[in-house]
Design a binder for this molecule. Structure first.
Ligand SMILES: NC(=O)c1ccc[n+]([C@@H]2O[C@H](COP(=O)([O-])OP(=O)(O)OC[C@H]3O[C@@H](n4cnc5c(N)ncnc54)[C@H](OP(=O)(O)O)[C@@H]3O)[C@@H](O)[C@H]2O)c1
Length: 326
């Protein structure tokens, strides 16, 4: 018998998540049946979407949603022998049972890279960056790409891909340490939105030809400042709006530049391209192996620290893809 630890929703988040909104439960899992596997989480992902999705999809007592990299530790399914590494989304739990239909083998993974990247640069956030940039913004060499949330899991990959595609890349992030890092990984310029008094002017100074493409991870003030700097017929990929996830009311977007500059704005969810993830995986793997794409992870040790790691997404304490190592 294996003991499963899991986080369940006690109360819907209101503002910044509170520890009392979740509860850890321990429960014995039943023996596996024919066709089933028992899996043990190795790495769990904490992601900003969990904040808005939890309200839409969970009720009290439900397990928090989320993806993990896990190892098969018992098997009655010949497709998944003991030791197989998989990704799956049972939620915030240490162990779970599957019939094999909702898990994906981690295949063709470079030996020198940690499996945790299957949740980051070679997983969901990497795919978000790759398909959001190539399919929505369709970058052309010489254009200026502005990325908000630039030092994060998605933003860091977007910016580096922008450089690979020959763009001028400018980013915003929330600390001097993050700005220094962005310049180290090839951003042409970057600013700390927390200490910048006039972001609209700062962006204008850093993007003298205007912004041709904006990859928006944050929404709010920075997005409005970016909108005011878009070129005629500029393109915007709306990926996320973390600045509003804990807010009581949503910020409004400034309309005049959207119409006046004939901007093209498109929101997207990465799972639009699920059938093309193998292509994204191969491309991102190639860029990493060529040294053109670096990755940064923010690893928190211990399953019980899931909540802490989750909250850090909203204070900016994470620096790179937030991962919890069990
Ligand atoms: N559309 C999709 O399919 C899809 C998929 C994945 C992610 N997303 C979205 O992409 C965005 C980035 O996600 P991620 O996984 O890469 O997370 P992340 O950037 O690694 O972590 C979140 C970051 O957001 C920043 N942040 C927090 N509060 C903020 C605020 N009020 N204003 C501005 N920035 C703030 C913090 O960085 P600073 O230090 O810079 O403040 C924090 O480190 C999120 O909006 C997420 O919902 C969308």
């Amino acid at each position: 018998m294996v003991l499963q630890k899991r986080f369940v929703l006690e109360k819907h988040f209101d503002g910044m998540p509170k520890k009392s909104d979740l509860k850890i439960i321990e429960e014995k899992l039943p023996p596996i049946k024919d066709g089933e596997i028992l899996i043990q989480a190795l790495y769990l992902s904490v992601d900003p979407y969990m904040r808005p999705y939890s309200r839409r999809t969970l009720k009290k007592g439900d397990m928090m949603i989320g993806e993990q990299v896990a190892k098969v530790i018992e098997s009655k399914n010949t497709d998944y022998p003991i030791g197989t590494i998989v990704t799956c989304s049972p939620g915030w739990c240490t162990h779970s049972i599957s019939d094999g239909t909702d898990v994906r083998k981690v295949k063709d993974f470079p030996e020198n890279l940690p499996y945790s990247l299957a949740l980051g640069s070679l997983g969901m956030t990497g795919m978000t960056a790759y398909f959001g940039l190539t399919e929505i913004l369709k970058p052309k060499a010489g254009e200026t790409l502005f990325v908000s949330g630039a030092a994060g899991a998605v933003g860091g990959v977007v910016g580096q891909l922008g450089k690979i595609f020959g763009c001028r890349v400018v980013g915003s992030a929330g600390s001097e340490k993050k700005i220094k890092y962005l310049k180290e990984i090839g951003f042409d310029d970057a600013f700390n939105y927390k200490s910048t008094i006039d972001p609209q002017k700062t962006i204008k100074d850093m993007c003298p030809d205007g912004i041709h493409m904006y990859f928006d991870n944050v929404g709010g003030t920075i997005t409005n400042a970016a909108l005011m700097n878009m070129t005629e017929c500029g393109r915007i990929a709306m990926c996320g709006a973390i600045s509003g996830y804990n807010a009581k009311s949503q910020s409004t977007i400034v309309h005049p530049p959207i119409v006046g500059r004939q901007l093209k704005i498109e929101g997207f969810i990465v799972y639009r391209w699920t059938d093309r993830f193998p292509e994204g995986f191969e491309k991102l793997k190639e860029y990493i192996s060529q040294g053109k794409l670096t990755y940064k992870e923010h690893v928190t040790e211990g399953f019980d620290n899931m909540f802490k790691a989750f909250c850090e997404l909203f204070t900016g304490a994470n620096f790179g893809k937030a991962i919890v190592k069990v």
